[in-house]
Design a binder for this molecule. Structure first.
Ligand code: GLN
Length: 441
């Protein structure tokens, strides 16, 4: 811990904007004291980690990188974070991100755009950009991000580290600020598969405070060394044969496929929806869900209330002054697709399409054990470009959002293409994802 703190102190000006509050200054000596007293220490004792600023950690500010919650202090601790602390890990820092998870670049934040760990002129990716950069720069051993449509996988790819979105429901969302409740997932970012495996095991499990959680088995160190169960993998032709993909990412991906074949694994090209259909289905549903989730933030119970003459005006002024342009775009869009006259044509259609997408995933997983894809169609853009062009930003999520709609386990590994390879398995097969990631190492 001391080593990481020293590193953090040397970077107190934090020119990459990845850090918000440093939490653990008084904890560093506690592990040594425990050992000196002969007390048993936990699996993660003394390991410092980062927390995306959308998780409650009691007594700390949890701002969601928003103006609205700039001064909000958590009243309790999220289940996933508590489990890590119970295993001895130390939450060291809160991490900058896109406000309420809305974004793919970590520029939609009141704390300044997070800069890419490899090239600071480029975006860090998002929304868990601070978390990816902190791991890449060794400020934290691992970080806990949140992934509703790619927010762990895409910044992991942009900063050349690992990032896992587990099966939906494997880890409790209690204490994670809700963005899109039907796709929100808690997950780790780290520099090794082994770290990802250990942290996943600690956080997993049924939680009575999140009714979507289920009990899962611990994934052993030995089991991920055995790739034998993986005989056939597939990839979506629609993700590779389109005009939007960066030519370098395409040729790197095809070369990675050839390497996998050379290792004795069969590879099948698969038919699937085009990425733009996945993007429109995802954004229709997640805008509806975020409009509903954020309706509670009207300045009454939480947040930076701005008084006006009437209660109604108070709500209006509080929300319009405090939400970012991007969050407002989503709230307005979400309320529109949910409203009478539009919901049948837009929202219900998207829900039906999501069911078809899930069925197609199931069919595909009858033929293959794993699906691989690039993480993104593009390389990271320069800082300052993305916010001006929200549609391009949404379309850049085309390879990650489908797997979120399917609630599937999926990991970014930092190889194959400039922004990594994405490895996905059928629901509850998180172990298979780690096996294949380890096999490609
Ligand atoms: N970029 C996607 C979005 O803006 C995903 C964000 C996320 O996973 N939180 O919705």
């Amino acid at each position: 811990v001391q080593g990481r703190l020293d590193l953090l102190k040397q970077n107190t000006n934090n020119t990459v904007n990845s850090l918000l509050d440093i939490l653990a200054l008084d904890l560093a000596g506690k592990v040594d004291a425990k050992i000196a007293k002969g007390e048993t220490i936990g699996l993660l004792e003394g390991i410092p980690f980062g927390v995306k600023d959308v998780y409650m950690v009691q007594g700390t500010l949890t701002t969601a990188s928003s103006k609205l919650l700039k001064n909000y202090k958590s009243a309790y601790t999220a289940t996933a974070i508590q489990k890590l602390m119970d295993a001895g890990a130390i939450p060291l820092v809160k991490e900058n991100c896109d406000s309420f998870g809305h974004g793919s670049s970590s520029e939609n934040t009141i704390f300044g755009a997070v800069k890419n760990a490899i090239n600071p002129e480029l975006v860090a990716g998002g929304s868990s950009g601070g978390s990816a950069v902190n791991v890449a720069k060794d400020y934290t051993v691992f970080s806990i991000g949140g992934d509703s449509g790619g927010s762990i996988r895409q910044p992991a790819g942009y900063n050349h580290i690992y990032g896992l979105k587990p099966t939906y429901g494997r880890i409790s969302r209690y204490g994670l600020m809700g963005y899109a409740s039907s796709t929100d997932c808690v997950g780790p970012l780290a520099k090794s598969i082994e770290d990802i495996r250990i942290v996943l095991n600690v956080m997993s499990g049924k939680d009575t405070k999140d009714q979507m959680t289920y009990a899962s088995e611990t994934i052993s160190e030995k089991s991920i060394l055995n790739h034998e169960p993986i005989k056939t993998i597939g990839y979506f032709k629609s993700f590779i044969e389109n005009d939007a993909i960066d030519p370098q990412i395409k040729s790197d991906f095809l070369a990675a496929i050839e390497k996998i074949k050379a290792k004795g694994i069969a590879v099948k090209p698969l038919d699937f929806f085009d990425p733009n259909t996945l993007v429109s289905t995802y954004y229709t549903l997640t805008m509806a869900e975020t409009a509903s989730n954020l309706s509670r933030l009207d300045g009454t119970n939480y947040g930076n209330r701005i008084e006006a003459e009437t209660l109604k005006e108070t709500y209006a002024v509080t929300r319009s002054e405090n939400f970012s342009e991007e969050s407002k775009r989503r709230i307005v869009g979400g309320n529109q697709v949910l409203s009478q006259g539009f919901s049948d044509d837009i929202y219900l259609k998207a829900l039906a399409l999501r069911d078809t997408i899930s069925e197609r995933f199931e069919n595909n997983f009858n033929d293959v054990d794993i699906i691989v894809s690039p993480v993104t169609p593009n390389t990271p853009p320069k800082i300052g470009k993305s916010l001006k062009d929200p549609l391009t930003m949404y379309l850049s999520d085309g390879y990650t959002v489908g797997f979120s709609l399917g609630q599937l386990p999926t990991i970014t590994v930092p190889q194959g293409t400039e922004t990594g390879l994405q490895i996905t398995a059928a629901k509850n097969n998180d172990e298979l994802v780690l096996k294949f990631a380890n096999f490609l190492k």
